[in-house]
Design a protein around this ligand. Structure first.
Ligand code: WT7
Length: 652
C-alpha cells in the first residue's frame, strides 16, 4: 500500500442531524432490531435461516466451510437453481400475472413483462443456448443495453449453469475483447444497439471488432433493439429466430451451491481488470435477504426502481437476482436522466408510482445542480424508501435527496458494498436505524465489518483507519477468475485474517461508520491524513456548490496541498472573493488544516461510466503534468475541456 496513511485518519467532519424512522414505518418493517441480536448470538444460524428464503432441491450439509481460508464455501452439499428461484417458484405460487418489469425505453416505448412471460422467455432462451452448444460451466459474455432481454439472457445462463459475464455496454472493443478472452467465453449475447441521449448507439460493430482477437467465441446471439443495419457474419444468430423458435418447456436442473453464477470484471481505474467470481447459493441468499431488509420490500404493493446499469454489480444484485428472487415488481429504464428533459426520472416515478428508488450520489448531485424546481413539478408522493450506492454521499446531497425527492419524510439508506462483496454489507435498516446524513452506519446483521489501524487493531469510536471485513459472508467473491494468487495478494495480504478492499473509514462517537473514500486518494497534509470525502462534503455544504472533487497535489512545504475542483450550482462564474469564501468555508467547517490551497471552478468532472470521479486525472492537472490514461472515462474529451476552461484562485 504505497499511499497508506502514516497515522489514523483525521476525523474532521461532524454531523449531528439524525432522522429516526416514523413509528408507522417501524411497525410495518420487514426487519426489526431483533435481527442484530439474533445474528450476534449465532451468525451461521442467522444465515442458515436467511437461506430458507430460497427453494433448495437438496439441503446443505454445512453452512460454512472455512477450512481453507480465504477460500470460502457456503451451504456445502446444497443444490438449487438460481433462475427457478427467481421465476418458476413465483409462477407456481400463483403470481404469474404479477408484473416483473415495467420497461421504459428511452424513446418512450414501454412493455410490461409479467413473471409468467419472463419465465416463458427465459425457458426459450435456455433451450436456445443449449441448442447453440452452451453447456453447464461454459462462459457467456453479455453486452447489452438496458432492455428486458439483458435480464432474460442472465437468467437463461443461470438456468443452465453457464456463468455469465456482463460487460457494460459503454465499454470499448478493446475492453470487451480483453474480458471475453480472460473469461474464455464461448458465446456472446449482444444487441444491435440501444438508445441513449436521444440517439441510437451501436453495439454489434464493437462486438465484431472485439472478436477479431477472441478465438474462444463460436457464436454471437444478436437481439434486435434499434433495427439499425448491422454487418452479418457466419457465426451470428438472430435472437428472435433462435429464442423465438425455441420450445418454452424447460425443466431447470439443480446445481451445487458453489456452482459459479457469474464473473464480473471490476472497472478499476488502473491495471488489468479483475474477474470477480460469484457462486450460487450464498450469493443469492445475501442478495435476497439484503433486498428484503434494506429496502423493506413488500412485493405485493411496492414498485421498485434501481437506476443502475445491468453491467455493474448493482444491476446484478439489485435489478436481477435480489428483486426477482423476492418476486418484486420493478421499473427498468433504458436511457439517461436528461432525455428528453431533466425531469425524466421524476416523470417515471410519477407514472409507475415508484415506491422504492435506488440510485447513486453522482446522480443526486447532478439533480441538485439542475435545480429544486425540476422534481417539484412531479408527484413523488408514492416514494417511501430511498437508497444510495457507489460513493460516499455528502451530507448535503443526502439531505437534499430526502427533502426534494423524499418529501422530507422517507428514510434514506446509504448502502456500502463492492463488486467483490456481492451484496450490501453496511447500511441503515429503514425501520430500525435513526439515520445520519452521510453515514452508512452499521454492518448488516450477520456481517462483521470493522475499522482498523496500520497494525490491524480496531480503532476506538471517534477514530479513523481502514475498513475491513473480519468474517466470511455468504455473497463474498470466491476468487479472481483464473488467478487465486492475485485474489490473495489484493484482498487478504494487508491484514492478517481480514479482508481489505481499499476504503478508508471512521467510527463516530456512537460507533457509526463513515466511508472516507479509497485510501489511495487520501491526502497527507503537514503530516495529517485528510480524506478527500470530508473536504468535498464541506464544499458541497456551501450554498453555491453542486459538486466537488478534491486531490492532494505535491507541495514543497506541506507534503501535499489540497486542490479542489468545484462545479457551481446554477451559475458558472466565480470571483476572487467567492473563491476565498469557499476556502474559508472549508476551514470553518473542518479546521484550518483542511483549507484548500487552491479552488478551481470547472463545468464538469472526469468520471467513469459508473459515476466515480477519477481523481488521478485531476492530480495530473493540479500538478501541471501531462494527463494520463483516459480510456476508462465516460467522456474522454472532458479533460481537455477542463484544462482549457480553468478558472481558479490560488493561496493568498
Ligand atoms: C467501491 C466499490 C457497490 C456497488 C457499486 C460500486 C465505493 C460504494 C459506497 C457507499 C461510500 C461507497 C467504495 C467501494 N462505494 N458504495 N455507500 N459509501 N463508498 O461497486 O464499482 O465495486 O465499487 O465503491 O469505494 O469500495 P464497485
Amino acid at each position: 500500500m504505497a499511499d497508506t496513511p502514516q497515522e489514523t485518519l483525521a476525523n474532521l467532519l461532524s454531523e449531528d442531524r439524525t432522522f429516526p424512522p416514523s413509528p408507522e414505518f417501524t411497525q410495518a418493517a420487514n426487519v426489526t432490531a431483533a435481527a442484530y441480536d439474533e445474528a450476534a448470538a449465532d451468525r451461521l444460524a442467522f444465515w442458515e435461516a436467511q437461506a430458507r428464503r430460497l427453494d433448495w432441491s437438496k439441503d446443505w450439509d454445512r453452512v460454512l466451510d472455512w477450512d481453507n481460508p480465504p477460500f470460502a464455501k457456503w451451504f456445502t452439499g446444497g443444490e438449487l437453481n438460481v433462475s427457478a428461484n427467481c421465476l418458476d417458484r413465483h409462477v407456481a405460487n400463483g403470481l404469474g400475472d404479477r408484473v416483473a418489469i415495467h420497461f421504459e425505453g428511452e424513446p418512450g416505448d414501454t412493455r410490461a413483462v409479467t413473471y409468467a412471460e419472463l419465465l416463458d422467455e427465459v425457458k426459450r432462451a435456455a433451450n436456445a443456448l443449449t441448442d447453440l452448444g452452451v453447456e453447464a460451466g461454459d462462459r457467456v459474455v453479455i453486452y447489452m443495453p438496458m432492455i428486458p432481454e439483458a435480464a432474460v439472457a442472465m437468467l437463461a445462463c443461470a438456468r443452465i449453469g453457464a456463468p455469465h459475464s456482463v460487460v457494460f455496454g459503454g465499454f470499448s472493443a478493446a475492453a470487451l475483447s480483453s474480458r471475453i478472452d480472460d473469461a474464455g467465453a464461448k458465446l456472446v449475447i449482444c444487441a444491435d444497439g440501444g438508445f441513449r441521449k436521444g440517439k441510437a448507439f451501436a453495439l454489434k460493430p464493437t462486438v465484431d471488432e472485439a472478436l477479431e482477437s477472441c478465438p474462444s467465441v463460436e457464436q454471437v446471439l444478436v437481439v434486435t433493439r434499434t433495427g439499425q443495419e448491422v454487418a452479418w457474419n457466419d457465426r451470428d444468430v438472430k435472437w428472435e429466430d433462435a429464442v423465438g423458435g425455441a420450445s418454452n418447456e424447460h425443466e431447470a436442473q439443480p446445481f451445487d451451491a458453489e456452482h459459479p453464477l457469474f464473473i464480473l470484471y471490476t472497472s478499476g481505474t488502473t491495471g488489468k481488470p479483475k474477474g470477480i467470481l460469484h457462486t450460487s447459493g450464498g450469493y443469492l441468499t445475501q442478495a435476497s435477504f439484503t433486498h428484503h431488509a434494506v429496502f423493506d420490500l413488500k412485493p405485493e404493493t411496492d414498485v421498485y426502481w434501481c437506476t443502475a446499469d445491468i453491467g455493474w454489480v448493482t444491476g446484478h444484485s439489485y435489478i436481477v437476482y435480489g428483486p426477482m428472487s423476492n418476486g418484486a415488481t420493478q421499473v427498468m429504464y433504458e436511457g439517461t436522466p436528461d432525455t428528453p428533459h431533466t425531469g425524466r426520472f421524476w416523470e417515471i416515478v410519477q407514472k409507475y408510482g415508484v415506491t422504492i428508488l435506488y440510485t447513486a450520489p453522482t446522480a443526486i448531485r447532478t439533480f441538485m445542480k439542475w435545480g429544486d424546481d425540476v422534481p417539484a413539478k412531479f408527484d413523488l408522493s408514492s416514494l417511501r424508501v430511498l437508497g444510495s450506492v457507489g460513493e460516499p454521499i455528502n451530507p448535503e446531497a443526502w439531505v437534499w435527496y430526502r427533502e426534494h425527492i423524499g418529501g422530507g419524510s422517507t428514510p434514506v439508506v446509504d448502502t456500502w458494498w463492492q463488486t467483490e462483496t456481492g451484496a450490501i454489507m453496511v447500511s441503515p435498516l429503514p425501520g430500525v436505524t435513526a439515520t445520519k446524513p452521510g453515514s452508512a452506519q452499521r454492518p448488516l446483521p450477520g456481517i462483521s465489518v470493522d475499522v482498523v489501524d496500520e497494525q490491524g487493531e480496531a480503532v476506538p469510536d471517534g477514530g479513523g483507519g481502514f475498513l475491513v471485513i473480519r468474517e466470511p459472508w455468504p455473497s463474498m467473491l470466491r476468487t479472481i477468475w483464473g488467478d487465486d494468487q492475485r485474489f490473495l495478494d489484493t484482498y487478504w495480504a494487508h491484514f492478517d485474517g481480514m479482508y481489505f478492499a481499499g476504503d478508508g473509514a471512521k467510527k463516530d462517537d456512537d460507533g457509526d461508520l463513515w466511508l472516507l473514500g479509497r485510501v489511495d486518494d487520501i491526502m497527507l497534509v503537514s503530516g495529517h491524513n485528510i480524506s478527500t470525502t470530508e473536504v468535498e462534503s464541506a464544499l458541497v455544504s456551501h450554498e453555491t456548490v453542486a459538486e466537488a472533487a478534491v486531490v492532494g497535489a505535491s507541495d514543497p512545504v506541506t507534503g501535499q496541498g489540497i486542490v479542489a475542483f468545484v462545479i457551481l450550482r446554477g451559475q458558472s462564474e466565480s470571483s476572487p472573493e467567492h473563491l476565498a469564501e469557499l476556502r474559508a468555508h472549508v476551514a470553518k467547517t473542518l479546521g484550518a488544516i483542511a483549507k484548500p490551497r487552491q479552488v478551481i471552478i470547472v463545468a464538469e468532472l472526469p468520471k467513469t461510466r459508473s459515476g466515480k470521479i477519477m481523481r488521478r486525472l485531476l492530480r495530473d492537472i493540479a500538478e501541471d503534468r501531462e494527463i494520463g490514461d483516459v480510456t476508462t472515462l465516460a467522456d474522454n474529451t472532458v479533460m481537455s475541456r477542463i484544462k482549457t476552461g480553468l478558472q481558479g484562485g490560488k493561496e493568498d
